[in-house]
Design a protein around this ligand. Structure first.
Ligand code: G3P
Ligand code: CA
Length: 255
């Protein structure tokens, strides 16, 4: 076979594989903008991310709010437990200044506000940080948002993600893990329970785990990768979603 033909063929195959990989902005474009805010989501869309990932908790008054920690100290400077605080109070906090003065006044978003930013053709990856208590409120939001098909659910809590899958059978649901041993044990179970895949810390992703997942027809996503070389390793292994704080860098380097 002609040498040039082989090089071009491999190039095309590589491009096709990369095109199937989604770039997921971790807590929005959180290297630059304050994580889990409307500003970080808008920046990610501007940088052409395929999806935005965010974290949710339930407030005391049953509102679904977007924040990574169970309390507000790290990202607002004021110490409130999210589950024990009313959303009226949470919404007075400044979730932007800690990152950069120019983001002063960014609020802890309601989930509805983040869903409203999602352009057509893009996805929102919703990480359920709390337990099943959030599901009734989440169900109402999903039913009324008009973008149900664009939502994906992820979670470390096994029972919680299984319950989410039962509630939203047509939406992709992934179990999160950073333990290789736990994943090997749970892969078959995840497939049996109807989960769509597993979402793993990049440090535990290797050929064997991806092969085991593929055998069960489960997709593999991974987090949190800001190094393009590491992203290329994962894409080669068959990982379908690269979760990154820097979607701009990742978009230009792995495409
Ligand atoms: O996308 C999954 C990843 O966000 C899980 O870790 O701590 O950043 O929520 P964490
Ligand atoms: Ca997360």
């Amino acid at each position: 076979m002609n040498r040039y033909f082989v090089v071009i063929l491999f190039g095309l195959i590589n491009l096709a594989v990369q095109a199937q990989t989604s770039i997921i902005a971790h807590r929005g474009s959180s290297f630059t903008a304050p994580e889990n805010t409307v500003a970080s989501a808008l920046l990610a869309w501007q940088q052409n991310a395929d999806a935005v990932e965010l974290d949710i908790y339930l407030s005391q008054d049953n509102r679904v709010v977007v924040i990574h920690d169970s309390n507000t100290k790290r990202t607002t400077g004021q110490d409130f437990k999210v589950a024990e605080t009313s959303s009226d109070v949470l919404r007075t906090l400044d979730a932007g200044s800690w990152k950069n003065e120019k983001y002063k006044g960014e609020k802890i978003p309601f989930l509805e506000e983040m869903i409203a930013t999602v352009p057509s053709g893009k996805k929102l990856v919703i990480e359920i940080k709390c337990g099943v208590e959030v599901l009734p409120a989440l169900q109402k939001i999903v039913a009324n948002c008009g973008k149900k098909k664009q939502l994906i659910f992820i979670g470390f809590g096994w029972e919680t993600i299984l319950a989410a899958k039962q509630l939203f059978p047509k939406n992709a649901c992934y179990w999160l893990s950073s333990s290789a041993t736990d994943v090997q044990e749970k892969i078959k179970e995840a497939a049996k329970k109807g989960l769509d895949g597993i979402n793993l810390n990049n440090k535990i992703v290797d050929e064997e785990i991806v092969r085991l997942a593929k055998r069960q027809h489960l997709k593999v996503l991974s987090w949190t990768i800001d190094d393009p070389e590491e992203a290329k390793r994962l894409v080669k292994l068959g990982v379908k979603g690269i979760t990154t704080n820097r979607p701009d860098v990742m978009k230009s380097s792995i495409r």
